[in-house]
Design a protein around this ligand. Structure first.
Ligand code: SF4
Length: 633
């Protein structure tokens, strides 16, 4: 099959056809394949073209796993375009929480307690949406047919599910079996329990191509997904919730457990805890089964659910969380990779070898295709997720795109922890204001954390108002916990007000999930290097990497530096989406000037790079001159 026969655009962009061909060959030959291509290259279309051609010839299915729901929507849009020339049955799969019609009519169910809620409703015949699935066979078959034939959005499925009064999640599940392409989130591919829904036991892995988008994120995802956290405050809430739910036996058992736990932690101040010793300590003089019986009651206690349903109250997450934590701890006793660590405020049970989990989830497929805009250095990236460099094909997609992007590294400021002072914040604010007053278009400023954003926000706003009182800019500020609707409203305001200023965080939804093509943004400013703060969980991963022959520097690169740089480069490239783009990138932190870091930057950031200790006037004139020269050319 010729790629041109299914490719939905009149022409391939530079490098796209080569990537599509390379993906096609990898799928035909059963290779593990890693594609690195800059954002805006058109990776999704190229990878779909290559994998769908091979799948059509060899009768393969494709699973396309994305990090976020928003990215799933984008792949579905692309698939919709392919379908016009090459109809293929496709569907998406989101979390049950997203589909549930019952919870929308019910009291506030959180994602944490939802699994329990749904299982309680269905096993007690309390969900009519679920019960109706069995009685609407023909209508559901038609809905599945319609859903998979046209890549319909989830909103459409929710609407149809409401009309028919059936659970949309069950329809989505039935759609999987009819689909040749399934687009979903990481969870379904990489989480052991959820994966059974996506890939039932009787499905041959050798007939599936798995595509993983934003592959530089998978290690973090697997690590986070395998970590169970128990804040000490949660145990106290659990005691309180058990008391309020009239569960005196559970309430007194948890109180005793908490007393022994507090005593144990006060005597053991090391961050790493021996699991056996911890379990013995919290069990006290009770027989061994006491703890497992308690865990069983905590995680399955129907009394809690009945009480919650009867009184229209939310299920107490604290009881479920404590049950899950202790259950995970008991089942981790044979695994050295699962470490129990503690901080001042919580216990963590964490898998220190996420690469092993990643391999378990991805081995056996006909072909594994990983995509990323930033995997440099690729050999370390492959090792960090357990892949063998000698048998993995790495394709660096090249283009002859020309950008006019000037990169400025300002070495006179930093967000190093010890240097975080009001004077430093005010200095950073003046630099941002200076760039604002010298830039005609919109600007995105990305901070390493919400607290730093908050510390600099006030000075930035007053500096801008002082410097350019007549030229009011619309200023939009990212806050933690924004809903999808809030974010969409913010982006609409940003894009519809020329010259807006966005203050956001590195690694947040605006720095990785949002594009600003064309004239949507002229300047991106990366304030500080967002190295993750040291934590007991990180110490445990360091130990494990070193035990697996990573030297200290490589372990630091994998766990701290590369994740921070990738976030910074993603922010830097938000507005560099199209060939011919004219724009500027500022790195406001002296640490970016180190030669080793400059070498890790993508080439488009290095092509026109200046660094130095710039005062406010100089930074303003560098900005003005750049845009003036760009306008003349
Ligand atoms: S079966 Fe469906 S509608 Fe019913 S509770 Fe579960 S997810 Fe919600």
């Amino acid at each position: 099959m010729h790629l041109e026969d299914i490719f939905p655009y009149p022409d391939f962009r530079p490098g796209q056809k080569e990537l599509a061909n390379a993906v096609y060959s990898a799928c035909k030959n059963g290779n593990t394949f890693v594609a690195e291509a800059m954002s805006g290259f058109g990776k999704t279309a190229a990878v779909l073209a290559g994998s769908m051609s091979a799948a059509a010839e060899d009768g393969l299915d494709i699973i396309y796993a994305c990090r976020t729901k928003r990215q799933v929507f984008r792949v579905l849009e692309e698939l919709g375009r392919f379908s016009e020339r090459f109809p293929v049955r496709a569907t998406s799969l989101f979390s049950k929480f997203d589909y549930c019609l019952l919870r929308q009519k019910s009291f506030g169910i959180t994602p944490e307690t939802f699994k329990w809620y749904c299982s309680f409703q269905t096993s007690n015949n309390l969900c009519s949406y679920f019960l109706n699935v069995a009685f609407n066979h023909d209508k559901i078959a038609k809905l599945v047919d319609d859903q998979t034939g046209n890549s319909r959005p989830i909103s459409e499925l929710l609407r149809k599910g409401t009309e028919l009064h059936v659970c949309p999640y069950e329809v989505a599940r039935l759609s999987l079996a009819r689909s040749k392409v399934v687009v979903t989130t990481y969870h379904y591919l990489l989480d052991k329990n959820s994966r059974q829904i996506l890939i039932p036991g009787d499905k041959a892995l050798g007939k599936i191509v798995a595509v993983v988008d934003e592959a530089h994120k998978v290690r973090d995802f697997v690590s986070g997904n395998s970590t169970t956290t128990l804040p000490f405050s949660e145990i106290k809430s659990c005691i309180e919730d058990a008391r309020n739910l009239y569960l005196p036996r559970i309430c007194s058992a948890i109180s005793e457990l908490n007393d022994r736990l507090v005593q144990f932690c006060s005597k053991n101040d090391h961050w790493l805890i021996k699991k056996e010793a911890f379990l013995n300590a919290i069990t006290g003089n009770y027989p061994k089964d006491w703890l497992s019986d308690l865990v069983f009651e905590l995680s399955t206690n129907s009394g809690v659910a009945w009480y919650s349903v009867a009184t229209n109250r939310n299920l107490p997450g604290s009881i479920i969380n404590l049950g899950s934590f202790l259950s995970a701890l008991l089942s981790s006793l044979d695994s050295d990779d699962m470490a129990l660590v503690k901080s001042d405020s919580a216990l963590f049970l964490t898998d220190t070898r996420p690469s092993r989990r990643f391999l378990e989830a991805t081995t056996g497929f006909r072909s594994l295709v990983l995509l990323s805009a930033t995997i440099n250095p690729s050999s370390l990236f492959l090792r960090s997720i357990g892949l063998d460099g000698s048998s993995t094909i790495v394709h660096s997609a090249t283009t002859d795109y020309k950008f006019r992007v000037r990169t400025v590294i300002d070495c006179s400021v930093t967000t190093r922890f010890k240097m975080r002072t009001p004077e430093m914040y005010s200095k950073i604010a003046r630099k941002i204001a200076s760039v604002c007053s010298s830039t005609p278009g919109a600007i995105g400023v990305f901070f390493p954390s919400y607290s730093l954003l908050e510390a600099v926000r006030g000075p930035v706003v007053s500096e801008i108002e002082r410097a350019t009182p007549a030229k009011a800019r619309t200023i939009l500020v990212e806050r933690p916990g924004l809903t999808n609707q809030d974010s969409e409203d913010m982006m609409t305001a940003f894009k519809s007000n020329h010259g807006s200023l966005l203050l956001a965080v590195q690694g947040g939804r605006f720095s990785e999930g949002e594009d600003f093509p064309g004239d949507g943004m002229d300047v991106s400013m990366v304030v500080g290097l967002s190295l993750p703060p040291p934590s007991p969980k990180m110490y445990a991963e360091y130990r494990q990497l070193e035990a697996n022959h990573f030297d200290k520097h490589q372990a630091y690169m994998v766990l701290s530096l590369l994740p921070a740089l990738r976030k910074a480069f993603q922010c830097a490239g938000r507005h560099v989406r199209n060939p011919g783009k004219v724009g500027m990138v500022f790195f406001l932190d002296s640490r970016f000037a180190a030669q080793g870091i400059i070498e890790l930057m993508p080439s488009w950031l290095r092509d026109d790079l200046v660094k130095g200790e710039y005062d406010i006037d100089t930074i303003g004139s560098i900005t003005r001159e750049f845009f003036l020269a760009a306008r003349v050319q």
